[in-house]
Design a protein around this ligand. Structure first.
Ligand code: NAD
Ligand code: DAO
Ligand code: ZN
Length: 428
């Protein structure tokens, strides 16, 4: 059987067979792979490894300049994995980088980091995933090395193995796998993911292999916002039953915080948001009541919350899920006198600083931050997806908008700005 020059896959002999398989459930896909076996044997003699793939991508050429173009995605090198991206959910960090506010943001680049994908080919030495596996890319890698003091420590998920190159928009060997089809110019990677494209190249240590049974449009949520909110409560703060919780910002991250706090039996849980349209769902998911800072006149939110708290001394745990540094101050100062913990989740705009009086710490408040909810990517994402499949984590309500085709990313961005959107998922 003839094999197309741009597509050689070890499970399927033709692109058509492979693409048809992407629409199947995990079990159906295995049967299809089995059927394709004969053709595979026939193709092996003439394949010489993966070829470059030309595909559609949204390129961020500069500030707020996002355009659909064809790119060439080079084959994966040693320790790398090339994936076909099935869908991508928009996250504010992509928009923040596109807006130019991210001092580390690089142009031209392929943004996107909340995705579900299928392994298309693997580079030399890759053992933890194989062609056909479903993978959620992680922006925080987990090298699992016995010499990695971060990976062996239960205290953190911040593996620094590829931090240097990832921050420069490059793969671990210091080069890019992405070029613009029209002129061959180099395009930067983003957060080690770059999933605003039909294909992406990831470091093996950034690949969380997950159960393919969860719909791709739900699985992708675990690549960033939802995992972060859950982990902020369960890993970072370690909220206990019957403790009081205040959540500032009821977007996808804040609502995941509310769900996680409810699940551990926190009480009461107060939600704070300037957009009252967020309150109905927040109450359904676990908020006992909600407060709009716009309705409080000149009284600072921390004062309002402290006055309404069960003890009159503030909340045991507070979470900032807005990225606004004034809100971060309110969250810290609304934490309980003597023992309250404030967790900062929101990413502040470039150059912003937080301020408070040191007295707040002297009188027993603590302030922490969390990246990806403290989860170790390759261990945790598969586990969270299993919990979702068992019905222990509900995520359906997060997908408020759906679009199709890579070009649908532009509509997803508009939706994200509408105020009604939790997550807009673009299926490629
Ligand atoms: P979002 O924009 O959907 O939600 C933010 C919410 O905050 C909105 O409902 C908005 O109305 C509300 N808000 C804005 N200003 C407010 C104010 N002054 N007081 C009260 N509420 C206010 O965003 P999201 O996707 O939920 O993400 C939340 C934040 O978390 C972002 O800053 C994002 O970059 C960050 N984030 C951090 C991590 C991490 O690992 N630390 C991971 C993912 C997202
Ligand atoms: O390892 O030093 C490092 C950098 C870790 C980056 C963590 C980023 C956390 C915030 C991400 C925002 C949402 C995608
Ligand atoms: Zn590591």
């Amino acid at each position: 059987m003839a094999v197309p020059t741009t597509f050689i896959d070890s499970n399927f002999a033709t692109r058509t067979e492979y693409e048809a398989s992407l629409k199947l459930s995990g079990e159906e896909r295995l049967v299809a792979e089995e059927k394709a076996g004969t053709a595979r044997e026939a193709s092996i003699e003439i394949s010489s490894g993966p070829s470059p793939i030309t595909c559609k991508a949204m390129i961020a050429f500069g500030v707020d300049d996002l355009r659909e173009e064809l790119i060439v995605v080079a084959p994966p090198r040693a320790g790398e994995v090339r994936v076909k991206v099935l869908c991508n959910a928009l996250c504010h960090t992509d928009i923040y980088t596109l807006s130019g506010a991210d001092p580390e943001g690089l142009f031209p680049s392929v943004l996107g980091h909340e995705a579900t994908s299928i392994v298309e080919s693997v580079g030399e030495g890759v053992t933890s995933v194989k062609v056909g596996d479903t993978v959620v890319p992680g922006y925080t890698p987990q090298c699992k090395g016995s010499d990695c003091i971060f990976c062996i420590s239960p205290k953190t998920n911040l593996c620094p193995k590829i931090r240097g190159t990832q921050g420069k928009g490059l793969m671990p060997d210091g080069t890019s796998r992405l070029t613009l089809k029209s002129d061959g110019s180099t395009i930067y990677h983003f957060m080690g993911c770059s999933t605003f494209a039909e294909y992406a190249v990831l470091a093996e240590i950034s690949c969380a292999k997950v159960n393919p049974e969860l719909e791709p449009s739900k699985a992708c949520l675990f690549g960033c916002g939802i995992s972060t909110g859950l982990g902020a409560v369960w890993n970072t703060a370690k909220v206990e039953p019957f403790t009081s919780v205040a959540v500032f910002g009821l977007g996808a991250v804040g609502l995941a915080v509310v769900q996680a706090a409810k699940a551990v039996g926190a009480y009461p849980i107060v939600g704070v948001d300037t957009n009252p349209k967020k309150f109905e769902l927040a109450k359904k998911l676990g908020c006992d009541f909600c407060v709009n800072p716009m309705d409080q006149g000149d009284t600072p939110m921390q004062q309002v919350l402290i006055a309404q708290s069960p003890t009159g001394f503030g909340y045991d745990y507070t979470f900032d899920c807005t990225g606004n540094t004034n809100v971060m101050r309110s969250a810290l100062e609304a934490a309980h006198r003597g023992w309250g913990t404030c967790v900062l989740i929101g990413v502040a705009a470039a150059g912003k600083e937080i301020s408070t009086r040191p007295f707040q710490f002297i009188t027993g408040r603590k302030c922490m931050g969390t990246a990806f909810g403290g989860w170790k990517t390759r261990d945790a994402i598969p586990m969270l997806i299993e919990k979702t499949l068992r019905g222990e984590i509900k995520v359906d309500h997060f997908v408020t908008h759906n679009f199709s085709g890579v070009g649908g990313t532009a509509d997803a961005i508009k939706a994200l700005h509408s105020g009604d959107c939790l997550r807009a998922v673009v299926t490629y």
